[in-house]
Design a protein around this ligand. Structure first.
Ligand SMILES: [Fe+2]
Ligand SMILES: [Fe+2]
Length: 315
């Protein structure tokens, strides 16, 4: 058995697929046994840490309103992952077809990736239900995961993998740099993203392998059009963020203790959108690994096009 497994690992085109399988096996977790453990979310704590929610920048908010805004943003954060995992999983299943015959190690790695994303989606659906039962009526998660996935999957595979790689890199940075070190974050919320991070570490490596593999198959003209697709996808993400930020601010204003003047309402809208753009676009676009991969594949003129497209989002 040992020799057989060893031969299989040796025969794969890239040993990193085998390492992802091994790591995924080592960290495998269960939503109830390891994450929830019969617990509820603690509403006396923040959900999203300040490094991501940026609520402390809204100096006119009292402590309980800051906490409330972090909880609304945290609810949205969990829903956004449930959303992006819909198209990520569909793309991974599509890519796995290339290995049905041939590299069975790469196939196993991608099938594992898909199973993990299905598990994450189930976890995020349950989180939305658990949080929804404790928070007052009126919250709305605006985008529909299947509709968004249909649009995303209509773009070139290179662009979808670029977006996916960017997401799966920033989710790790968020956990390590913001969620894990923040003592004010509710323990269950922290654990959700601890376990999620464990899987995403493998996913980002698989994204990189698949993205660079796809890149090698493209002609310069195809890559140029894929860059346009990527820019369009980032624009579509920004459209979703604008709508969700507006919905979350309006829900927050209904529940908040404070009453706000017109200038403060404008600051709220501006700051929540800034936080969402940081969370879902800029923290990934500025991730050193993502930048290294992207600039290694495209020309300086294409880098310039991407930078120009991001400029209004950077603000
Ligand atoms: Fe995930
Ligand atoms: Fe993932």
């Amino acid at each position: 058995m040992q020799t057989e497994a060893h031969t299989l690992i040796e025969s794969t085109t890239d040993r990193r697929y085998a390492r992802c399988i091994e790591n995924s096996r080592r960290v495998r977790w269960d939503v109830d046994r390891d994450v929830f453990r019969g617990r509820e979310f603690d509403f006396t704590g923040h959900f999203l840490p300040d490094g991501l929610s940026m609520v402390s920048r809204l100096e006119f908010l009292g402590a309980s309103d800051r906490r409330l805004l972090s909880q609304i943003q945290g609810r949205t954060y969990a829903n956004v992952f449930g959303l992006v995992e819909r198209f990520i999983n569909a793309k991974v299943l599509e890519l796995s077809r290339g290995y049905w015959l041939g590299d069975q190690v790469a196939l196993e790695a991608l099938v594992g990736f898909s199973q993990e994303e299905l598990k994450h989606q189930e976890m995020f659906r349950r989180i939305e239900k658990m949080i929804g039962e404790k928070m007052p009526e009126g919250y709305a998660f605006v985008p529909n995961p299947d509709e968004v996935a249909s649009v995303v999957l209509g773009k070139s595979t290179w662009a979808v993998l670029a977006l996916t790689c960017h997401i799966e890199l920033f989710v790790q940075a968020h956990y390590l740099e913001s969620i894990q070190p923040d003592a004010s974050v509710s323990p269950l919320y922290k654990d959700v993203f601890l376990f999620h991070w464990k899987d995403e570490s493998q996913h980002a490596i698989l994204d990189e392998l698949e993205w660079t593999r796809e890149d090698r198959t493209l002609t310069p003209a195809e890559r140029d059009s894929a860059v346009d697709d990527f820019i369009a996808l980032v624009g579509a993400v920004d459209g979703i963020l604008q709508a969700q930020a507006a919905a979350d601010v309006s829900y927050f204003r209904k529940l908040a203790e404070g009453s706000f003047d017109a200038g403060q309402v404008a600051q709220l809208a501006d700051q929540v959108l800034r936080a969402y753009r940081w969370q879902y676009i800029l923290s990934g676009a500025q991730h050193p690994r993502f930048l290294k991969l992207l600039t290694g594949m495209i020309t300086p003129a294409q880098v310039e096009r991407v930078t120009k497209a991001l400029a209004p989002i950077v603000g």
